[in-house]
Write a protein that binds this ligand. Structure first.
Ligand code: ADP
Length: 399
């Protein structure tokens, strides 16, 4: 059974064609600059070199049509015809309080996603464009939507209500939603599988650390708290996002900069590792500069490490303990020195790591010592595969 996974941004489209029998990626690619001059597609058929073509894509429908053409191309394609496609899965950023799990698309579901647009004005319209384009060019094929927020809908009000006038929650739905849910849910479940334990018996802290980062407390398989909030700048320091800020700092920035848009750019695009270090948003560049003696780069690294430690401590306190800590995404999977620094001086919490086992990148590994009370591990995330699995399940249930 072959599933097409689509992840649409406002001017981009990422895709993967996955054969679910054996869970193999057959082809994948990226369309960039949709609706902008100079649009192009990079397509990779598994086992072949990537090809890049400059093609004018006025909109998402044109881009998806082209992707489907290339998927049935004699040379670069992987399908004989589009009938081979079982269903399409879509990543949707925001499901609000309405969507608590992945669902098969119906007109009511489309309406539900539209209703949530005020909460994700940049992302949901782009995701919807992809969904509507797929419905248009693949009539009769089921579509399934998978939400970044859904996994976190189990959080109790004490974790998701902000300490401002309750009317903003009641009237405007201002609350913590959390994102990266597909990833947190997947790595927590996978960690339990690797350990041969029932997830219901585990308190897990999942650290998804990439360009965007969030940390989640998963108690008994359910998200009970997460560091992302109403939006995606709360929590720990990120590539270009600030993480937690005293509201007074926001007021100061508002007075300095004058418009909400400028403040938004400041905390989303100019902050984080980039803002503090002045070097780069990429942790590898920051680490390199720090090693050469750049004090601000060193400071940026330290703020990030300290932030992750603080969340681990607070989530352990919130759950009344922690059995497993999972690192995932770009930094979590590859940052050997970073992981070591986070776990340093944590023996008091029962965290002891084996430096040699930690010396690895991008694979499933337990790197705590056998006598460590807390199991510390790396579990590479695979959001596309989770979307494909949910898509297969929801589409099959409906048949
Ligand atoms: P995104 O959130 O865009 O999906 P990724 O999960 O790909 O991002 O993570 C990107 C981050 O991973 C970058 O900050 C990059 O520096 C970091 N990263 C990748 N490889 C390494 C490495 N070897 N050491 C430290 N950080 C790394």
């Amino acid at each position: 059974m072959k599933i097409l996974v689509l992840n649409c941004g406002s001017s981009s489209l990422k895709y993967q064609l996955i054969e679910m029998d054996g869970e193999k990626v057959m082809a994948k690619g990226l369309v960039e600059r949709i609706g902008i001059e100079g649009s192009r597609i990079k397509h990779t058929k598994t086992g072949m070199d990537a090809i890049t073509r400059e093609v004018p894509f006025p909109n998402h429908t044109a881009a998806i049509k082209y992707v489907l053409d290339i998927l049935v191309d004699a040379e670069y394609g992987v399908l004989k015809n589009l009938n081979e496609l079982y269903a399409t899965g879509h990543r949707i950023v925001h499901g609000g309080e309405k969507f608590t799990k992945s669902v098969l698309v119906t007109p009511e579901v489309v309406k539900g996603i539209e209703e949530v647009i005020p909460l994700a004005p940049l992302h949901n319209p782009a995701n919807l464009q992809g969904l509507k384009a797929a419905m248009e060019v693949l009539p009769g094929k089921p579509n399934v939507v998978v939400f970044d927020t859904a996994f976190h809908q189990t959080m109790p009000p004490k974790a998701f209500v902000y300490g401002i006038d309750y009317k903003y929650y009641e009237e405007n739905r201002v609350r913590r939603y959390g994102f990266h849910g597909t990833s947190h849910g997947y790595v927590a479940k996978r960690a339990a599988e690797i350990l041969g334990k029932d997830i219901k018996d585990l308190k897990i802290i999942t650290c998804h650390l990439g360009n965007g980062s969030s940390i989640t407390a998963v108690d008994g398989g359910k998200s009970v708290d997460t560091s992302f909030g109403y939006g995606t700048a709360e929590g720990i320091l990120m590539g270009t996002r600030s993480g937690n800020l005293d509201p007074s700092v926001m007021i100061f920035l508002m007075e300095q900069l004058g418009t909400a848009q400028k403040v938004s750019d400041e905390v989303h695009k100019k902050a984080g590792l980039l803002g503090v270090s002045g070097v780069s948003s990429d942790l590898r560049d920051v680490e390199e500069a720090a090693e050469k003696g750049n004090a601000r780069a060193k400071l940026a690294e330290e703020i990030l490490i300290n932030g992750v430690k603080k969340y681990i401590g607070s989530y352990a306190a919130e759950m009344g303990g922690v059995d497993v800590i999972v690192f995932t995404a770009g930094i979590g999977e590859n940052g050997i020195g970073f992981r070591k620094a986070v776990c340093e001086n944590m023996e008091y919490m029962g965290i002891k790591i084996d430096a040699e086992k930690n010396n690895c990148r991008g694979k499933e590994v337990i790197f705590s010592t056998p006598d460590s009370r807390v199991t510390v591990m790396v579990v590479p995330t695979d959001e596309e595969m989770v979307i494909a699995r949910d898509t297969l399940r929801c589409a099959s249930e409906a048949k």
